[in-house]
Write a protein that binds this ligand. Structure first.
Ligand code: HEC
Length: 188
């Protein structure tokens, strides 16, 4: 008890947010590191596929690899990993209520001039009576992304997208827009 009190006081002095015994700033740093790893695995796969066979081929790769990489990294880290968006391509990536709220908050922060690359949230929430740490980090739209997520996706590319994702919503983005976000969860 005494230890907790001291730790709480120290955290308060250091300006870090504590929720019970969870060290929010350490968990956020963990989330940031996983986002780096996630991006560091996805992006080279995408670039390699785009280079070897163009966007139509890359869709095939994304379709197989993105969920696979997500599952593998979840297993490795012990966190539940996800990518989501206000407009999803894969319906399995649809946002839950918490994610919808964070996505809206990121859009507001961007509208007020915030740097999209730096937008993140980390907080302890209660889900079904259990404490979980939730972390989210915005994913900006880059130039390469518009080939498959932009406003003018070429017909053969769109056709390939619709084959796998008949309910695709993830087009109309331009560089600088928030394409979506990483969303991670860790049971505490
Ligand atoms: C070759 C086409 C292609 C390119 C280029 C591409 N994506 Fe995607 N993107 C996809 C496909 C296909 C999916 C669905 C993957 C799945 O089934 O999980 C997807 C899904 C996503 C998702 C998950 C949410 C959702 O809509 O389902 C995010 C976030 C995302 N892409 C961001 C990006 C960003 C950022 C870039 C640029 C760095 C990018 N994508 C470039 C094809 C592409």
């Amino acid at each position: 008890m005494k230890k907790t009190l001291i730790a709480t006081l120290m955290a308060a002095m250091a300006g870090t947010a504590w929720a019970g015994d969870a060290d929010v700033s350490a968990l956020k740093e963990e989330g940031r590191e996983i986002a780096r790893q996630f991006l560091g695995t996805l992006k080279p796969e995408l670039q390699k596929a785009m280079k070897s066979g163009g966007p139509v081929h890359a869709i095939d790769v994304c379709h197989k690899k993105a969920p696979q990489i997500t599952a593998e990294l979840s297993k490795k880290t012990g966190w539940e990993l996800k990518r989501t968006s206000t407009k999803v391509r894969n319906p399995n990536n649809a946002p839950d209520e918490w994610e919808k709220r964070v996505l809206a908050q990121f859009e507001q922060q961007k509208a007020r001039g915030a740097d999209v690359k730096k937008l993140e949230v980390g907080e302890v929430v209660e889900e079904n009576g259990h404490k979980v740490f939730r972390y989210a980090k915005a994913i900006p739209t880059g130039k390469v992304c518009v080939a498959c997520h932009g406003a003018h996706v070429h017909a053969p590319v769109m056709e390939a997208i619709k084959t796998y994702y008949p309910h695709d919503q993830a087009t109309g983005f331009k560089p600088g827009d928030i394409r979506g976000m990483f969303s991670f969860k860790k049971p505490l």
